[in-house]
Design a protein around this ligand. Sequence first.
Ligand code: AHR
Length: 645
Amino acid sequence: MTTKNLFILMLFIAFSIQLKAQENVFEIKITKPKKEIPIQSNMYGVFFEDINFAADGGLYAELVKNRSFEFLNSPTMGWLTYGKVDVRTEDAPFERNPHYLRLNNTGLLTGTGIINEGFRGIGLKKDESYNLSFYARNIDSKEGKLRVELISSGMDIIAKDDIAVDSDEWQKYTLTLTPLQTDAHSRLRIDLRSFGAIDIEHVSLFPEKTFKGRKNGMRQDLAQALADLDPGIFRFPGGCIIEGNSLATRYQWKNSVGVVENRPINENRWNYEFQHRFTPDYFQSYGLGFFEYFQLCEDLGADALPVVNCGIACQYATEEVAEDLTPYIQDALDLIEFANGPVDSKWGKVRAEMGHPESYDLKMIGIGNEQWGEDFPEHLKQFIDAINARYPDMLVIGSSGPSADGERFDYLWSKMKELDADLVDEHYYKDPEWFLSNAGRYDNYSRKGPKVFAGEYACHDYPEKKNSFYSALCEAAFMTGLERNADVVHLATYAPLFAHVDAWQWKPDMIWFDNLRSVKSANYYVQQLYSLNKGTEALQVKLNKENVIGQNGLYASAVIDENKNQLIIKVANTSKESRTVDFDFSKLKQEVKSGEQILLKADLEVENTLDKPNLIVPKKQSIETSRNKLNVVLKPESFSVFILN
Ligand code: AHR
């Protein structure tokens, strides 16, 4: 080849490379929309339901299972009894939890006692303080003594104390135990050490350290994981459990307030809902009740969003509908009074007596969960009328039922518009494909009428439904659509929130835990990245004049944070190749000097576990920016948040 030909060939190669490079650069323009799109300051939140041992055995820090001996038809479930132990109800100290145990002497000094197994064991930490309490009376008027011991899974006694029970009147006894070992599967033993009989009731063991040091409080690591999300709202207490499998077993908030010892137990429908995950020892103690929920919201800085039954039990289980809605509506009105009413109002007084005279400043209430058909809108209308008449500023949240689309969904949405509900709760537990193809779901939603509350959603990566990186990536891609449409989507909460690794019924879930440890899923980090970088105003983000909803595997949205003076770009690259993107924001007035990328990236099937909690965590790095443009190479199958100051 001559030198001239070689030169021409090299020129040709260089030109082709440049052409190829240009072809592969995606120019994404970021501009202000014609009409401002404000982002709700409480847009991203959490949805809490007592499923997967989320409350009893989870967030609620109580370590004793069946502490009141009230598990339905099984008053000693969770307790191993030995010697002569009777279940009794006569002359009980707490009329709504009437069962207690009588420990009778068998003639042997150590022949009678009870052992609690905890929630799949009792998690104890070496050298930390645990507060034990119980109610007891000595019915024989002899010198009474109980020995209390914490026993490790290896049978070591890791803490013990003796306590004299001398009174023949019911009295509360308390002591602090400090274990010598850390053990996730310990047990609590209470052994009769005297010759008479002793009655015992409401045996409770709490870590001294709870979230914010609250009495009857929350497990520190789990509540802290919520705090780290900086949630804007906190929806509670369900989900299906507010509906109940019958109206009698629906969640009734009034049973969950007042002295903890006298809150009547309820079944937990997740106990038997899924036969392949049958959990016969799952009940609702209501120890984590509405006062504690409101307190937790305040501690987290989140707006409370309580949901009440609408006079219809779970339609998957029964056709039971309330004949008279009056008590249901009254419950909703009383709940608002409990949260906000003055201390001299009936329910405001209850709140004040529980320790919170100030209002909880409740702003919204959900009516019903996953109903469908004609009864729901008829009921909802009566709730809306009653609530509006008494509390005109209260936002009322209706529902579009359990499906993400279809006839029932369309019918309910049309009814929600007719009734002028403030928000409509939508639920979608769907596969990855659905999440990716629904990133534009809200682009054409009506801008008039009710706003959307994406109240329960999660990407189900079949068949295993792991908290895989892929599921999180699909959610991240989908959520660009929530952000872009923040004028329609006012609130969003992933579901479910918590799951005990040894006692779950439903997956995937955002946070997994055992008795001592917890792990944040990749899905958690996606929620966190949106929540901590939500901004104040959504921008228009276009690739070839179209919203970026999957072209070449890209999904993008952007916001301005006026408080922090930041431009924040979120982009998911779901393709198997890296993508070079030029974000052009020259039309914005935003002065950009420095930048940071937060990257979430892993192999698609990977998930964080208790043993390997950091396989997928956001990683930060600084990046180069120019005033008008950001040029980046996005890794294959990755989610990035660019924060430009
Ligand atoms: O999040 C688990 C369940 O899913 C909720 O209880 C219910 O609302 C939905 O069906």
